[in-house]
Each structure stands twice: as C-alpha cells, then as structure tokens.
Design a protein around this ligand. Structure first.
Ligand SMILES: *[C@@H]1O[C@H](CO)[C@@H](O)[C@H](O)[C@H]1NC(C)=O
Ligand SMILES: *[C@@H]1O[C@H](CO)[C@@H](O)[C@H](O)[C@H]1NC(C)=O
Length: 505
C-alpha cells in the first residue's frame, strides 16, 4: 500500500472505529474457557474419573471373550452390529450418549453416525439415523466387564459367527469369560466440553458449578488489568444457547440460567474500561467441528443446512441485545468450522448471519467476522467470499502446534520462528485483498512444541508473532487470557511475569 493511500486508510479506520472508542488495529485477548467449557478446564471435571466415567462422547470397545472378537458395526454402520472384528482402533469403536439423569442408560452410536437398536427379530443393528428413535441400553458394569441390557429387557449375547442378539437371560448373574453376554469394556476416548460436564453432573449441579466458575474465572479486575496493559478489546467465546431465556436447566440442549447475564456483565465492564467486545459463536447447534469446545456431544460434526435458521436466530438475538452497546465491536459468526462443513452451507449461513447483524445494528463501527474452514485453502476461500461485504473481517488462527510438521522434535526453535516470519507472514499478506475484508489473527499463543526451548527462544517466538500479527489489518487476539494449567497459554501470566509487553500504539 502506498504511503499516502495508507495514511488515508488509517484515517478512515480511526474515524470508522471511533464509535466504540476503540481504534484499529485491535490488540485483544480471548476470554477462552469462561463462557464455553474447554478441554483444559480440568478443575471443572475434578470429580470425574476419566478412565472409568461413561459420559456423552465416551468411546468404548466391547470385546467378547467367548468369541475372541470386538463388537462393531459391520462396514462402519448401516446394517448389523456383530462381534467379528479382531481389533478395534477407530471405526470399530462405539460412542455413548448418556441418557438424561441416568447413570447407566445410554444410546450407542457407531462410526458412520447411526444409532444401535434391535430389529424385529431381536438382532442388533445400526441403521437408525435419528436419535429420537434409537434404542436405550443399560450398561451393567463389574470392574472392566459389562453386560448390556437391550430395550426389550434382555441381555445382548454373542452367537456363533459373531451374530449378536438380545435374548440373554435377564436374571443371569454370571461374569464368567465363557458367558456369551459378558464383554470386556475399555474406554478409548473421552471428551471434556459443556456436553460432557452436563452429562456427568446433570443439569442442576452443572449450573451451580458453572455459575461459580463464571463468577470467579474472569472478574471486573481482569477487565481492568486487560485495559491497563495496552489491550483494547476482548474476544468472548459463547455457545448457541446464550440467547435461550427460559430458566429451567437442562442438558440436552443445554440451557443454563444466568448464562446470558454474564455476557451482559462483560459488556458493562468493557464499557467501564473502554474495551471493545467481540462476541464469538464458538459452539453452534450439533457442533461445527466435533471438538469439545464446540459443545460437541460425541465428536461428530452435526451442524449443517438444517441448522442455519436456528443459528442465524442466535446471531440476530445477540446483535439485537447488544446493538446499542458502545463497546460492541464485532460478532464472530462461527469459530473454526470443520472442512466437513460444506462450503455452500457455510456461505449461505454467513450471508444470512451478516444480514441479521446489519439489520439489527445500524452502525458502521460494528464488524461481522467470518472464519474459513479448517482445511487447506480455507482462509483464502473465505477471503474471496468476504470481499462482497462491507465492514467484514476475516478471522485467521495461527498456531505452531497442529499438524505433523510441528510434532515435538521436527522443527527447531529457529525453524519455528522462521515459519512465523516467512510462511505465516506471506499467508497473512496474501489474505489482505484490495477492497477486501480486514484480516484478524483471532487466535495465537505462546505455546509451541520445541522441547527444552530457552527463555530467549520463547521470547523471540512471541516477539516474532507480535511483529507479524501486528501487520494484520484488523488486529489480533491472544489465546487465551487465563489458563490455570499452562502459563504459556495465559496472557495474564505472561504479562504479570514480564514475558510479554503489548506494544503501545
Ligand atoms: C519455553 O516454552 C515452553 C512452552 O512452549 C516451555 O515448556 C519451556 O519451559 C519454556 N522455557 C523456559 C526456559 O521457560
Ligand atoms: C517468564 O519469565 C520468567 C523470568 O523472568 C521465567 O522464569 C518464566 O519461565 C517465564 N514464563 C513464561 C511463561 O515464559
């Protein structure tokens, strides 16, 4: 950009952004783990034995000693469930949905998404695609063993050839290996987001755990701290049920009394300390990325065309509620959509979400933020699309963490730093299009995978990122403000310990 032109753009930004009292570029911090449960929030799960608890999304294998085989959906789903697999690593595993207010009743979901049920002859099948019609199974445990009672009240048992039928004696008490109704059950995976917390503790206890957490994890003092350390905005991840107002608590779908009031309070504090607020939809109905932090129930990506209207209503509700708040700086339509989300679905939703915000918020200083899919080319795909919208921001996340190339030992400290100053810097430049969306590095962190890095190397890594991301036309947001488990993810610790100084304008 030429010098004069650059100056003009700069002036235009300052004028445009003056309503919020916040001028670009944004130097923000994510208030991660505050209003959406994240995997690293182990303190919330302290009562949960992850090696034994059965919750939403728990992955299990069931092995029949009698048959010497694992139980799994033939072909991954769509027909019989049989005990005929010699190993169970991935598609052969089963995912649980814990039934409301029950410790031992579950729906069982197979790899291709179907739910396990009985056919008319009592045979075990995985053909049901709607949870509303799925079978509910009781899992009776005895240490590492399990017997499974089917919806007809009989135990599942394995027959010759691995056929599984629900005709075991309901009163048999045998736990012997030779019993065809006895399985060895192993937990091979757990998730740890909102859905799991609620499925383990139940709605009422979850609400009280979360209300405590909301009131203590981030306080007014933190907003003051953020503002007095050179930052000018916060990005606040929220879940889609934030706009639900009935006050009965339930897990499925979650509905937490007092949840929206927290965001209201964040706006009050932001106003008091002159911070802009970006509200970011981190969890959409049925999950846009299958991660715990999108409140996924079982790791599948279920958000799609059928959820667009509902999700737009959430955005519309947020926009309407905060339209008159001076500190409203932006609304992030969707955090980290998976590559499994169809691009046409995403574009359709972004267009509708954009219009919903514009209809509610008649100000030029509120931005609509769009993020590309987590896929190769996802950022530039979205940079092209976002050009058509005024006051639009492209959200890009930079981590030297995910993907094989970053695995411990693969890249030296120097190579990591060069990756930031060359690869990421070029990528960022390529996304800044004439008359296009502003670019926002909405997440980055000080954590990397260089074993035994020195203090100096860690510092150089952070400085390189501040330098490169400082060139993003909208600004950046560190992930995250507070992380009790790891100070390299915690801007609060990094600032307090003097490891990061936010550059002043
Ligand atoms: C450098 O950062 C890593 C985390 O990315 C951390 O494990 C390591 O201890 C740090 N080195 C020093 C000397 O603080
Ligand atoms: C911050 O710097 C201190 C020394 O000033 C060092 O001991 C500590 O490991 C650093 N922490 C991080 C998170 O880099």
């Amino acid at each position: 950009m030429g010098g004069k032109l650059g100056l003009l753009f700069l002036l235009a930004w300052v004028v445009v952004a003056s309503g919020t009292g916040v001028s670009l570029p944004i130097k923000a911090v994510n208030l991660g783990g505050w209003l959406v449960v994240e995997g690293w929030m182990t303190h919330l799960f302290h009562g949960v034995d992850m090696g034994y608890a059965l919750m939403d999304g728990t992955r299990v294998t069931l092995w029949s000693a009698r048959q010497g085989m694992f139980l799994s959906a033939v072909g991954g789903g769509g027909s019989d469930v049989a005990a005929n697999q010699g190993e169970a690593k991935d598609w052969e595993t089963l995912r649980l949905w814990r039934m409301k207010d029950s410790e031992d009743m579950f729906m069982i979901r197979v790899h291709d998404g179907q739910f396990v049920d009985l056919d008319n002859n009592g045979g075990l099948v995985a053909i049901q695609t709607s949870p509303g019609h799925a079978g509910e199974f009781q899992i009776v445990r005895n240490a590492g063993l399990a017997r499974i009672k089917a919806p007809n009240g009989r135990f599942l048992q394995v027959k010759t050839g691995g056929v599984v039928t629900a005709d075991g004696d309901a009163t048999s008490g045998s736990w012997s290996d030779s019993d065809p109704s006895v399985f060895t059950m192993k937990i091979t995976g757990q998730m740890d987001g909102d859905a799991q917390l609620c499925s383990f503790y139940g709605a009422e206890k979850t609400v009280s755990i979360l209300q405590d957490h909301w009131n203590t994890f981030i306080t007014e003092e933190d907003f003051r701290f953020i503002s007095s350390n050179g930052l000018n905005a916060v990005r606040i991840p929220v879940a889609w049920w934030i706009t639900k107002t009935d006050d009965t608590s339930s897990c499925h779908p979650p509905n937490y009394p007092g949840y929206q009031a927290m965001l209201d309070r964040a706006f009050q504090w932001a106003e008091k300390y002159n911070l802009g607020v970006i509200v970011d939809l981190h969890a959409a109905p049925w999950s846009q990325n299958g991660q715990s932090h999108s409140a996924s129930r079982d790791g599948t990506v279920g958000w799609g065309d059928q959820n667009i209207d509902e999700t737009v209503r959430v955005i519309e509700g947020l926009a309407a509620r905060y339209a008159a708040k001076k500190s409203l700086l932006g609304i992030g339509l969707l955090n980290e959509p998976s590559e499994q989300v169809h691009i046409d679905t995403l574009k359709k939703y972004y267009k509708a979400g954009y219009n919903a915000v514009r209809n509610q918020v008649k100000r030029d200083d509120v931005y609509v933020i769009m993020e590309g899919r987590l896929a190769g080319g996802g950022d530039s795909e979205m940079a092209d699309f976002a050009r058509q919208f005024r006051n639009c921001v492209l959200d890009v996340h930079f981590y030297n963490l995910y993907g094989d190339m970053f695995n411990a030992g693969r890249m030296s400290a120097e190579q990591n730093i060069r990756y930031v100053t060359t690869h990421q810097a070029d990528h960022l430049k390529s996304l800044i299009r004439a008359n296009g969306a502003l670019v926002f590095i909405g997440e980055w962190t000080a954590e990397w995978k260089v074993g035994g890095a020195s203090r100096e190397e860690n510092q150089t890594f952070v400085d390189a990122q501040l330098d490169v991301y400082g060139q993003a036309t909208f600004g950046w947001a560190f992930w995250t403000y507070s992380n009790p488990k790891d100070p390299y993810w915690s801007l609060k610790s990094l600032i307090k310990d003097g490891n990061i100084t936010v550059p002043q304008n």
